[in-house]
Write a protein that binds this ligand. Structure first.
Ligand code: HEC
Length: 132
């Protein structure tokens, strides 16, 4: 015998669980301004460094002139991503480490180490967290 009155709550349950999970994830990952601060870098300097190192040869980057590369993923909206390169939690220190030496975090990745100093990577990370 069908029980129509039970169907709605049961079907709603998974989406409520998903909402709770999303709220939890948002709480864990911190806001973009928090992350930006945690890099201890300067976003404007980061933008200049992105041009200087020609990240745009491989990446499409909003706000960076001439950056229309398609070898790597677009960096548009990067600040909102949960994972760097699909698997590294998008946290300030991990991003700085990624920028300095991608293959150390993800062996075999097509993104090369660009010879950045830690301070340069911090500025670039601060800039990347401005991309929404
Ligand atoms: C030779 C091409 C190349 C250059 C130059 C390059 N990248 Fe990348 N980048 C890639 C590729 C390919 C990936 C994807 C890596 C993967 O998923 O394994 C990537 C991934 C990334 C990611 C993670 C993006 C995501 O959606 O997960 C960031 C951030 C990034 N690059 C920033 C930079 C910055 C900043 C520079 C300049 C200092 C730079 N890249 C220079 C090829 C490049």
């Amino acid at each position: 015998m069908p029980l129509p009155s039970f169907r709605l709550p049961i079907r709603a349950a998974p989406s409520l669980a998903l909402l709770a999970l999303l709220a939890l994830l948002a709480a864990c990952s911190g806001t973009q301004p928090d992350k930006q601060k945690a890099t201890r870098g300067d976003p404007d300097t980061g933008r200049q460094l992105v041009a200087q190192y020609q990240c745009g040869a491989c990446h499409k980057i909003p706000e960076a002139r001439g950056a229309g590369g398609e070898v790597g993923p677009t960096l548009e909206g990067f600040g909102k991503l949960s994972y760097i390169a699909g698997r590294i939690p998008n946290q300030p220190d991990r991003l700085v480490a990624w920028l300095i030496d991608p293959p150390a975090l993800k062996p075999g990745t097509a993104m090369p180490a660009m010879g950045l100093t830690e301070q340069e990577a911090r500025h670039i990370a601060a800039f990347l967290y401005t991309l929404e």
